[in-house]
Write a new protein. Sequence first.
Length: 200
Amino acid sequence: MFKAIGKYFRAVWYLMTFRVNKASETLRMNPGVISANYDRVIEEKRNRLTQYKDAVSAMIAQEESKKEKLKDLTAEIEKLEKLKGGAAAKAKRLVEKYNGDVNAVKADADYTKCQGAFKDFSSTLAEKQQRASELDEDLKNLVANVSGHKTQIQSLMRDLEKLQEEKHDAVADVMSASEEKEIADMMTGLSNDRTSEELR
């Protein structure tokens, strides 16, 4: 008995599932439902594209910031090179002043100061040049990434436009198929029309 009840409920379940599937299939073929599904997908893609554009915009802002830092760093490097050159030139003049007397040159406080400044400028310059080199490399990578992302955005925008065109074509195709089916049904109904036989 329990097996029979189980079979009955299973049969009812299959019947309900079949009807729900048929109703779902009918709804999916409705032009309004198709249009709404396309609208939903287009909106989701548009939102993702907007998020992607925002992320790329942040990368572009970072690129501009790094360009500005590199420009400032380059100006500092040029200034340090001039200062370093000035310290070396002053030390050279002091050496010439004492006609190459090493002890007299080393005893001069200005020469010691110039030598210290030259070493300080040299080490600072080396650090700044290293930082500028790293920044330049980062900038090259960032520019390449941004360029790739811009190409990807253009491709996604084309896909979005294509999807919008496809929406109208799909809705028109479903409506045409529906109308063709109605016409075929009408023609079948006319050929099965028995009124002419009755009139005879």
